[in-house]
Design a protein around this ligand. Structure first.
Ligand SMILES: CC(C)(COP(=O)(O)OP(=O)(O)OC[C@H]1O[C@@H](n2cnc3c(N)ncnc32)[C@H](O)[C@@H]1OP(=O)(O)O)[C@@H](O)C(=O)NCCC(=O)NCCS
Length: 220
């Protein structure tokens, strides 16, 4: 790779700021106290499939999917295509998908997607964790790591998380972080074949500048 084409250089050209993170081949790696977030690559397929297979039902009921549509394809080539698609999104600055690793073991995913620049400067966080690793606070920690990346490195102005009201576990994640509730959007997303209402939670750069240090100290 030439000096003019390093990930950091491409980043600076795209975003004008340099992230306080390290770069792996596929993009930035972010660290919390227990979690390492990094883009998934083809070699992660076996670990990813093992987790997907062991908690398919746990995940499928919360996944966007049209009525009668197929569930997420789990074969190797679909996985590799998704990794490549995310790499492209990263290069364009539209979205950042990360695998969550704790003790170097794959245990879930978190994405910062739908990034809009211009007057919005916003993004949306989505996530899931291995059922066997649930309840250890790994997701609130991962969310704080991604918020730090979104505000401190990408200089976004607003990040939101949208949750189906009956998803009590996910609501606990935003409650623990005390993210601001913005009400409910009716029939916002088609989840597992049903147009579901979503509770909307958000944090802006102004709130992050007040609360970010405390959140990072508490969770990371
Ligand atoms: C939502 C989710 C990401 C939370 O991740 P997590 O790392 O377990 O988060 P936490 O450890 O903070 O736990 C949050 C809450 O989940 C609940 N919980 C914990 N273990 C659980 C388990 N084994 N089964 C079900 N719920 C559990 C508890 O209510 C917990 O709150 P508490 O700590 O006050 O008891 C995880 O439950 C998940 O992946 N669920 C399936 C996919 C999903 O819902 N994605 C989000 C869509 S918006």
């Amino acid at each position: 790779m030439t000096a003019s084409n390093t990930p950091k250089r491409r980043w600076s050209l795209l975003h004008g700021t340099r992230p306080e993170t390290s770069f792996t081949v596929g993009g930035p790696s972010l660290r919390g106290a227990r979690v390492l977030l990094r883009p998934l690559v083809a070699d992660d397929y076996d670990a990813w499939l093992a987790v997907r297979s062991s908690c398919r039902r746990w995940l499928q009921v919360w996944e966007p999917r049209p009525a009668g549509g197929k569930h997420l394809a789990e074969d190797r080539s679909s996985f590799v295509s998704r990794c490549l698609g995310r790499e492209r999104e990263r290069q364009l600055g539209y979205g950042f998908g990360f695998g969550i690793f704790a003790d170097e073991v794959f245990c879930g995913e978190i994405t910062l997607s739908s990034i809009q620049r211009g007057p919005f400067q916003s993004g949306v966080i989505g996530y899931w964790i291995d059922e066997a690793k649930a309840g250890r606070g790994l997701m609130p920690e991962s969310v704080v790591v991604v918020l730090a990346f979104a505000f401190d490195s990408l200089a976004l102005h607003r990040v939101e998380i949208n949750i189906v009201p009956r998803n009590a576990a996910s609501r606990r994640v935003v409650e623990k972080l005390d993210l601001r509730s913005e009400g409910v959007s009716l029939r916002m997303l088609e989840i597992d074949g049903v147009w579901e209402d979503h509770m909307r939670f958000a944090i802006t750069a102004e709130e992050w500048s007040e609360r970010g240090a405390v959140l990072k100290a508490e969770w990371c």
